[in-house]
Write a protein that binds this ligand. Structure first.
Ligand code: ASP
Length: 468
């Protein structure tokens, strides 16, 4: 009865001729009725939502009081009592932000993602809908923190972000800094936030103020949404934190106790649905933050400055790719990249940085053709070490350059940025291996890998005790 993917084939479906709408009429209830319905599978309570365009007409969609939506086969409803009527107005009005000359000035640049989205009941999908002004309408607490100016640069889910958008973003950041803002927040989809964080770490260097990326795993019309807390932490960080780094600011533990600030080149989305999805890899996070309070975890980050100077360097050659090695990868994968004009290949290799023997020759051909080939590790934690086995030595002999402990996605973004400056392989190597914003570190902390950076009580206790 509760809809699943095979509902259309189910026995219950076959004899049913009527539409869900006819059934609602028969029961004397309507869309937006808050109902208690009895079915052969039990009793359900919730609000009847408008049917999505792409859904079948045999089910009704019920928004349960816990916020989850379920599909109920209309035919199976034996009784329905209307307890109320709750028509929802999901459009949040744009609001002018109040100005207070005593407060810091922050600019929020919107790019889209779930943080700027709501559920569209017409299609049943999450769509980018909120402008940054609407975001403020949804989280008025932001006015207690700072003066917020909002600019919508894009309205896309983050899989649609790429070099073109990174460049627009970097230039917009430069303009805001030159205007003298105290901090910048970037609203962004979480899926590729770590790519953009890396791109900005290269394209925006020596910023005098914090550049804080923020998103949400759950849209703000859901009771469990992380949008409001993430925004407040991010806006507070941009306004007050004595820090001038590109960071990602997202849930630390599984609840809204504090956020973690992750360095833009050392962060990765690690869970498809948890709100505490971002983790620092190869290091510990920079700090814990909640509105009004910041506890540094990794000291030594760059501090805020009073000047308005920043280096915007938005170069990018997008003829660069990332190859995730798997056993039995065939040589034609590498050859076809070279034939198609790619100028840079980042390999995510096994273990310490390996690929199978059949790839050696095509890799050699690629390097001879002037393609920059770099090695990272699929393990994410730890360093590429190609001196340990003769296979690694062979690869280096053919011109593969180990990327130390740079994360694969970060190496991919950096290689695009470097190739935007030069194609000369020796210069590419020099730039790639010069650490920027901790993308390569000397060592990884012994406890960084072992602690989960929040989420389990003993870890929170451990982090909580850090007084640096
Ligand atoms: N698919 C969305 C995006 O990355 C997910 C999110 O925003 O969290 O844009």
């Amino acid at each position: 009865m509760v809809k699943n993917n095979n509902a259309a084939d189910s026995e219950a479906y076959k004899g049913y001729k009527g539409t869900a709408l006819a059934k609602l009429k028969e029961l004397g209830i309507k869309v937006w009725s808050d109902v208690e319905i009895a079915t052969d599978k039990g009793i359900f309570k919730g609000v009847i939502l408008p049917r999505s365009e792409t859904a079948d007409d045999k089910h009704i969609v019920l928004k349960m009081h816990n916020g989850y939506n379920i599909g109920v086969l209309a035919e199976s409803i034996t009784k329905a009592d209307e307890i109320g009527y709750k028509e929802a107005h999901y459009k949040i009005p744009e609001q002018e932000f109040p100005k207070d000359s005593e407060k810091p000035n922050v600019t929020l640049l919107g790019t889209g993602g779930t943080i700027a989205s709501r559920l569209d009941y017409r299609t049943g999908a999450v769509i980018p809908a909120f402008t940054p002004g609407e975001l403020y309408g949804a989280v008025p607490e932001l006015a207690d923190i700072c003066n917020l100016e909002t600019k919508k640069l894009f309205g896309v889910f983050s899989e649609n972000m790429g070099p073109e958008q990174y460049q627009v973003l970097a230039k917009a950041i430069g303009e805001e800094i030159e205007k003298g803002v105290d901090g910048i927040v970037i609203g962004h989809g979480t899926d590729t936030m770590h790519h953009t964080a890396a791109a900005l770490s290269y394209m925006v260097q020596d910023s005098p103020v914090p550049i804080v990326m923020v998103g949400s795993q759950r849209s703000s019309d859901r009771p469990s949404s992380d949008a409001a807390f993430n925004l407040q932490c991010a806006v507070w960080t941009a306004a007050y934190a004595d820090m001038a780094e590109v960071v990602v600011c997202m849930f630390g533990p599984t609840s809204d106790k504090y956020n973690l600030l992750h360095q833009g080149t050392r962060v990765r989305k690690m869970h498809s649905s948890y709100r505490s999805t971002f983790r620092t890899i190869g290091d510990v996070p920079l700090a814990m933050v909640e509105p009004g309070k910041l506890i540094p975890v990794r000291p030594g980050f760059k501090k805020r400055r009073k000047d308005k100077k920043v280096k915007i360097d938005p170069a990018f050659d997008d003829r660069v790719t990332i190859v995730y090695y798997y056993p039995n990868m065939k040589p034609d994968i590498i050859d076809s990249l070279v034939e198609n004009g790619y100028k840079g290949i980042v390999i995510a290799g096994t273990g310490l940085g390996h690929v199978n023997k059949p790839l050696y020759e095509p890799i050699k051909r690629a390097v001879e053709a002037g393609v920059a080939v770099y090695m990272t590790v699929q393990t994410l934690w730890g360093f590429v070490q190609m001196f340990v086995y003769d296979t690694g030595r062979d690869l280096m002999h053919y011109g593969v350059v180990p990327c130390d402990n740079m994360l694969p996605e970060v190496a991919y973004v950096k290689l695009g940025w470097v190739l935007g400056h030069t194609h000369e392989l020796e210069k590419v190597k020099e730039m790639m291996l010069t650490p920027i914003a901790c993308d390569i570190t000397e060592r990884e902390p012994f406890d960084g890998y072992l602690i989960m950076q929040g989420g389990v009580p003993e870890v929170e206790e451990f982090i909580g005790k850090l007084k640096l």
